[in-house]
Design a protein around this ligand. Structure first.
Ligand code: ADP
Ligand code: ZN
Ligand code: ZN
Length: 739
């Protein structure tokens, strides 16, 4: 008698590589199980939500050892075949437990077994005739302000809901209740997504845009899989190209997935899409609360949402009518998850596009070296937007040698006078600093004592506003000592500069000028970044000071001078991608300047005015710098010419991670037959972090397949190593940095 083939293969969120086999449920009257449905199963003593991957299989295990499925949570598959395949591929490629990949692919509410049903979304509307001048709120300035804020959102075509109102600031709910009580605002409840207003004026495409659109999606049906690189500086009209492609996808009833790097960019792009397209548009990003997140996901899955805009994890969303994938700012490192399942959303997007037979567009002013290499080799079609839309000239870059002059909080006299000149002309200035906090270190001028983190191999950062020391690596915090703990001198002083220190100096230099600082510290609250960017656009702040956050594609049309306070860190970092990142960063910040017919200038302060990277960048722009960097990568056998994986291990005992990795090395060398270089183990660049010691082992292969074959064979053995129990360890495939 053949063994019965009625078993189910269920992916459960536990650290086991493969899905587990179960018997069909015992209870009567449950829906017939199909792949993609959620079930409740027992693993050990725990009851977990799992995802059926295969139904009707015959198990290799004896039947008496299998448990039945305890409950069935869906009446139809929650995930379609394409999504299950993507999950499978992700688990294989990143060598990660399939059940944990499946869990990462679902929004929290559904992962926990919640019902796959959309809640009624609470929305509001400003009543006819309501205005901030109304007597009812004459003496309530905050209510007046909220009403004005709501009117502004409505004018921009945005919904008023629990997602769009928080940027107003804390306490918006009680204020809203007041406005509801006074009948100035009313509720409108509705299931599902409201279609956006759409209908915005659509400019005539310029020649390069037109050529790109026609090549990527000729009028008519979905053209099938083709990867495209759309290269163009900010303002060159990339978004307009995306929108025309979306239009063509919409015309044939197809959905578009748009991936964006940071939550900060989502609102801008969403607002633009909503003004243009009168269709339901869903958004998925980390700033959303759980319920709206589930609802957006369900709207995408049901096909109701015609466009889905999302950050990294949105790549896993089922889209039954998918016709187009766009990855904006494809070079951005935030597409790579840096812990747990370390996947790269851009790479998965390209895989998904090929699998589902749809075009994929990677857009950037500064394409990653990986993507650029594909384009140069002809594997991706390369489209360039060189002429700036609207006619603004590209910004001029200038290197400013700061070796000999005096610096005030890192600002040279020449830079300050350039700033003054712009401010006097009524123009906006952006100063960029890639560090937060008042100063990197507190140092004693008498004995040289430096404030160290007790748990990491790192200095602590001094935060002047709170007079505290904070470790940016583990979060440890303590008050700044009034006297030096080593010699008792009263002279511990901050050296170096962070945004807070620069802010103080600028405030002293330009006392009457509105100054806005945007960094992680000022934008911690949900919605705070949006509010800050809104303020940056408003013109109330001629002087902007910010970190990385300000460089990501935000349009600041009035900025005519960008000052890069310190380019040196990027020139001397140990990481092999540091130069690529610095080149991208400089070009991206430069992209903020000189929009709308006003010439922009970028001043780069450095102690290394002769550095070849800066010179190549100045003379030939990003393309020349990228080509030089590709040459270096080829010479040094680094990606994209080779394939890397890093094994990282950490433990409370200093020797444990190195011992484990040495054992790993032996296993790998016995298996790899010379097809993969095994480099290390070495202590991590910061060996001790949060009280734990860290080490790493680097694998490098000239063929991707050789690396994956080795990993697949080696991992079960590594898990069985006795040393594996004394370290926490993880594998990072295609690491974006080697720390
Ligand atoms: P990017 O995405 O490359 O930064 P955008 O598509 O946002 O560029 O274009 C920058 C600005 O130029 C936007 O305000 C956009 O509306 C406008 N724009 C884009 N293409 C055209 C065009 N063909 N004609 C007129 N304006 C355009
Ligand atoms: Zn001292
Ligand atoms: Zn620390």
């Amino acid at each position: 008698m053949p063994p019965p083939d009625d078993c189910l293969r269920v992916a459960v969120p536990v650290p086991l590589r493969e899905a587990l086999d179960y018997l069909p449920p015992r209870a009567e009257g449950l829906p017939v199980l199909q792949p993609g449905m959620r079930v409740q199963v027992r693993v050990g003593r725990r009851q977990l939500v799992g995802l059926v991957f295969e139904a009707g299989v015959c198990s290799e295990l004896p039947r008496q050892r299998l448990r039945p499925v305890e409950n069935v949570l869906d009446t139809e598959p929650l995930l379609d075949a394409a999504t299950l395949e993507l999950i499978r591929f992700t688990a294989d490629y990143y060598h990660y437990p399939v059940g944990e990949v499946a869990a990462a692919a679902l929004p929290e509410r559904l992962r926990n077994g919640g019902e796959a049903r959309v809640a009624a979304i609470e929305r509001w509307r400003v009543c006819e005739g309501a205005s901030p001048e109304r007597v009812e709120i004459g003496r309530a300035p905050r209510q007046r302000a909220l009403l004005a804020f709501m009117q502004e959102l409505e004018a921009r075509g945005e919904d008023l809901d629990a997602e769009t109102l928080p940027p107003f600031g804390d306490g918006w709910r009680p204020l809203l209740r007041n406005l509801l009580d006074k009948n100035l605002v009313e509720r409108r409840e509705q299931e599902g997504l409201a279609p956006a207003p759409g209908g915005e004026f659509r400019p005539e495409l310029h020649g390069e845009q037109e050529a790109a659109v026609e090549a990527m999606w000729p009028p008519g049906d979905c053209p099938g899989y083709a990867p495209h690189l759309l290269e163009g500086v900010t303002g060159s009209g990339k978004t307009e190209v995306y929108m025309r492609l979306i239009e063509r996808a919409l015309a044939v009833g197809r959905q578009t997935l748009v991936l964006v790097p940071e939550i900060g960019l989502t609102p801008q792009l969403l607002a633009r899409l909503r003004r243009r397209f009168a269709v339901p548009i869903a958004a998925l990003h980390s700033g959303l609360a759980e319920a709206p997140r589930r609802d957006a996901w369900l709207a995408a899955r049901s096909g109701e949402a015609a466009i889905l805009v999302g950050t990294r994890s949105a790549v896993f969303t089922p889209l039954p009518r998918l016709g187009l994938i766009v990855v904006d700012e494809e070079h951005d490192a935030s597409f790579k998850q840096q812990d747990g399942l370390r996947y790269h959303a851009r790479d998965l997007a390209v895989w998904r596009a090929r699998r589902q037979g749809v075009p994929v567009v990677l857009g950037s002013a500064t394409p990653s070296l990986e993507t650029l290499r594909h384009a140069l080799a002809g594997r991706y079609t390369h489209h360039r937007l060189v002429a700036r839309a609207g006619g603004a000239r590209p910004p001029r870059l200038r290197i400013m040698d700061i070796r000999h002059g005096r610096l005030d909080a890192g600002l040279s006299a020449q830079l300050l006078s350039a700033v003054r000149e712009r401010l006097e002309r009524g123009e906006q200035v952006l100063l960029f600093l890639n560090r937060r906090g008042f100063s990197p270190v507190l140092i004693c001028h008498e004995c040289g004592w430096v404030a160290h983190c007790p748990r990491c191999d790192a200095h602590m950062t001094f935060h002047a506003a709170s007079n505290r020391l904070r470790c940016h690596h583990c979060g440890h915090e303590e008050p700044a000592p009034p006297a030096c703990p080593a010699c008792g001198s009263l002279e511990p002083k901050p050296v170096g500069q962070g945004t807070e220190r620069v802010e103080q100096t600028l405030a002293a230099q330009f006392p009457d000028v509105g100054l806005l600082r945007i960094d992680r510290d000022t934008t911690r609250r949900r919605g705070a970044l949006d509010a800050s960017l809104e303020a940056a656009h408003s013109g109330r702040f001629p002087l902007l000071l910010g970190t990385q956050m300000l460089t990501k594609g935000h349009h600041l049309p009035n900025v005519t001078l960008v000052g890069v306070i310190d380019a040196d860190q990027g020139l001397f970092s140990a990481d092999y991608r540091a130069h690529e990142r610095l080149a991208q960063l400089l070009v991206q910040v430069a992209g903020r300047a000189g929009r709308e017919e006003r010439p922009g200038e970028v001043i780069i302060q450095t102690h290394q005015p002769d550095h070849p990277l800066l010179h190549t960048l100045l003379a030939g722009g990003y393309r020349a710098a990228a080509q030089a960097l590709l040459g270096e990568r080829e010479l040094t056998a680094m990606p994209p010419y080779t394939w890397l994986a890093v094994l990282r291990a950490e433990a409370a005992q200093k020797e444990a991670p190195l011992k484990f990795l040495a054992a790993v090395r032996e296993v790998l060398e016995a298996l790899c037959e010379g097809s993969v270089d095994v480099l290390g183990p070495v202590p991590a660049p910061m060996e001790r972090r949060a009280g734990r010691y860290r080490a790493q082992l680097l694998l490098r292969a000239h063929e991707r397949a050789a690396l994956h074959k080795l990993l697949a064979r080696a991992l079960p053995r590594l898990e069985a190593l006795p040393e594996a129990r004394r370290s926490r360890w993880s594998l990072d495939v295609d690491p974006v940095d080697l720390y």
